[in-house]
Design a protein around this ligand. Structure first.
Ligand code: FE
Length: 255
């Protein structure tokens, strides 16, 4: 299994804090059936700046360490980019990394409580360069929880989305758990990834998430998610069903 989203590189963001911790996280990932993992440190989120060259170097070092420690896991380069206006300029200037450096898929993180007015335009511009934007954990964005139509619009216009395993299992609360399954049901999600930061509060939980998705959304969904992660690291086209609007329960017939 491939995990597309993980903060496994040491001393670079709020993920792993040491080489020992990175190795321990790698062993945990292997125990969950993960064979390849994309290291996606935060970039331009207001706290951390991690440009391409540094990430590529840290990935190489970690892979060498994992070979020495006999951990059968391959780490691939990636980046979790907070949305910002100059992202395409920075891509041209080799500061931005696509997932596994294939030039095909880029992670885009929205601020936690808003969807900036320029989001649709920027995601369009990214696609016009032949890159598919993947919106990370939309289920944790409070604006999208209130207005899922905004996500429907972005997905209808070609973006993809990744749900976080711990959201699906309920570690971020009932509301986010329910919203995660609603988004999956409406074909607004294309991947499930760990977004693991450590081995305590924010670990992998991929197996548990897959079991929950199978139960709530059906087995086909799991196959689609697992295959899509492979397509991403190979830079191939992902599987995508037509997006639908999130169904909201009618409250007293008002809506
Ligand atoms: Fe993350």
């Amino acid at each position: 299994m491939i995990d597309l989203h993980c903060h496994i590189l040491a001393n670079i963001d709020d993920g792993s804090q040491s080489d020992e911790m990175s190795v321990a996280m790698a062993r945990k990932a292997v125990s969950e059936g993960i064979t390849q993992i994309v290291a996606t440190p935060h970039h331009q989120n207001g706290r951390y700046v991690n440009e391409k060259d540094l990430i590529v170097k840290k990935v190489k070092d970690l892979n060498e360490l994992l070979v020495r420690e006999d951990v059968p896991l391959t780490v691939l380069p990636g980046q979790e980019n907070r949305i910002y206006g100059e992202i395409l300029e920075d891509y041209q200037n080799s500061k931005i990394l696509t997932l596994n450096d294939t030039g095909k898929y880029i992670f885009i993180e929205l601020p936690s409580s808003q969807v900036p007015y320029y989001t649709e335009r920027l995601l369009f511009d990214i696609q016009s360069k032949g890159i598919v934007p993947i919106i990370v954990h939309p289920e944790r964005n409070s604006r999208l929880i209130e207005e899922p139509e905004l996500l429907y619009n972005l997905i209808s216009k070609g973006a993809l989305a990744q749900v976080t395993a711990s959201s699906v299992t309920g570690r971020f609360g009932k509301k986010i758990k329910k919203f995660s399954h609603q988004l999956i049901d409406a074909n607004l999600v294309h991947f499930v990834s760990s977004d693991a930061h450590n081995l305590d509060g924010r670990s992998f939980h991929m197996q548990e998430a897959l079991e929950r998705i199978e139960k709530e959304n059906g087995r086909e969904m799991i196959y689609a998610f697992l295959e899509n992660a492979e397509y991403v690291i190979k830079g191939q086209m992902c599987f995508k069903e037509s997006p639908e609007r999130v169904k909201r329960k009618k409250i007293l017939g008002i809506f």
